[in-house]
Design a binder for this molecule. Structure first.
Ligand code: SOE
Length: 387
């Protein structure tokens, strides 16, 4: 490539680290870019393991010292794929060192911290993006285009369910995602954050919420070793300090109504991230388990032909899809991450705003936090609007 390099440092190299590495490896091959992403350095606590990861995934260098990495002169972008408890400290340090920041969701755990992160990136004048990968699936971006162009009329309802089953076995051992201090919350922030982002992207701002959360399995075998979403038990047991499930109702500022359910205890549901949107002139339905498909019902169809039709969002003129394979050749989980790497690279190259950005990340945290406030007060809670 003849473009100027864009040197990327990745912090974290487990499940999300792999997804981000795959994105940086692939993006320049399928998308025309104005900068050339270079996989400069990957960072993690275990020097030997991170060196092996670098070798396997094609990172030029590895390090066990994130503070040194974010200050390196040969780093332009800091990509944070670590547990949520570390996002604020690393993002702020990276921004202060003048680096563009790409951060996993949830952005952080409190609105106060989210605002600090937003202030840091704005003050530094760097680009910032939070990784809400599902809005970047072609079928979801198409839903957004269709809503904006009036295909389903005025939006009245959104029903979001994000269901998984990897914690249904009470013998599944502890890992960081089950500890409040590392993950912030359970299904609420891990899965609910994605649904909130989809709802904000597709419908608008959420003004008020009321909800509940529950931890069904309160103690689990202690952690032995873990990798991604699998784990082996160690000795003894440990208390689970996050929710297994979260449910809430929402009133949008534009008058629409929403319901949200997130759980990791739904046997048979693997990554069932689904929304159904009903408007005055039609409906749209999407589920990650069939991520290339968007179901569309239009009241404008002749009465003899009414029914949901299935759009396969792999045509060349569907968002992002034309950069990949010929029509009908399906995309998967990793492609959303590549679309994020594309958006960030181009926003840096063209000095244009990048979405979803840290304000989107912080606004999502405001909704999560308002649900917690509603649980505390057993009543509806207002969502703080972040400028
Ligand atoms: C685990 O529940 C998880 O990997 C989440 O952390 C991701 O954000 C989600 O996209 C898939 O499931």
């Amino acid at each position: 490539m003849s473009q100027k390099p864009l040197n990327v440092a990745l912090i974290g190299y487990k499940f999300m680290g792999k997804a981000h590495s795959q994105a940086w490896r692939t993006v320049g091959r399928f998308f025309d870019l104005d900068l050339d992403p270079v996989m400069k350095v990957v960072c993690g606590r275990d020097a030997k393991a991170v060196a092996e990861f670098a070798d396997r995934w094609g990172w030029e260098d590895s390090s066990a010292d994130w503070e040194e990495v974010v200050k390196r002169d040969d780093v332009d972008v800091v990509d944070i794929s670590t547990p949520g408890s570390t996002h604020a400290e690393i993002s702020i340090a990276a921004a202060q060192a003048g680096k563009h920041v790409f951060c996993e969701k949830p952005l952080t755990f409190t609105v106060a911290e989210g605002k600090k992160m937003l202030a840091a990136v704005r003050e530094a004048g760097v680009k910032h993006m939070v990784n809400f990968n599902y809005r970047l699936c072609p079928a979801v971006s198409l839903a957004k285009q269709m809503i904006d162009s009036g295909s389903i009329g005025e939006v009245r309802h959104i029903r979001c369910t994000y269901l998984q089953d990897w914690l249904v076995d009470p013998e599944f051992p502890m890992n960081w995602r089950l500890r409040q201090e590392a993950a912030g919350s359970g299904a609420h922030g891990d899965l609910g954050a994605h649904s909130i982002d989809l709802a904000r992207f597709l419908v608008g701002e959420i003004g008020e919420v009321v909800g509940t959360k529950k931890t069904f399995i309160k103690e689990r075998p202690a952690e032995g070793t873990s990798s991604g979403l699998t784990a082996q038990a160690g000795e003894g047991t440990e208390k689970v300090t996050v929710d297994d499930a979260s449910l809430f109702l929402a009133k949008f500022t534009n008058g629409a109504l929403g319901s949200f359910e997130a759980t990791r205890l739904a046997p048979g549901r693997k990554n069932f991230n689904r929304f159904e949107i009903n408007g005055s002139a039609g409906s749209l339905v999407w589920c990650f388990e069939e991520l290339n498909c968007l179901d569309f019902y239009s009241t404008a169809d002749p009465s003899t032909q009414q029914g949901f039709r299935r759009i396969i969002a792999t045509e060349g003129d569907h968002p992002y899809a034309g950069n990949w394979w010929p029509p009908g050749h399906m995309l998967g989980y990793d492609h959303g991450f590549t679309h994020a790497a594309y958006n960030l690279t181009q926003s840096i190259a063209k000095d244009k705003p990048c979405v979803p950005d840290f304000r989107d990340g912080a606004q999502c945290v405001a909704v999560l936090e308002a649900v917690d406030a509603s649980i505390e007060s057993s009543s509806w809670a207002k969502v703080e609007m972040i400028d």
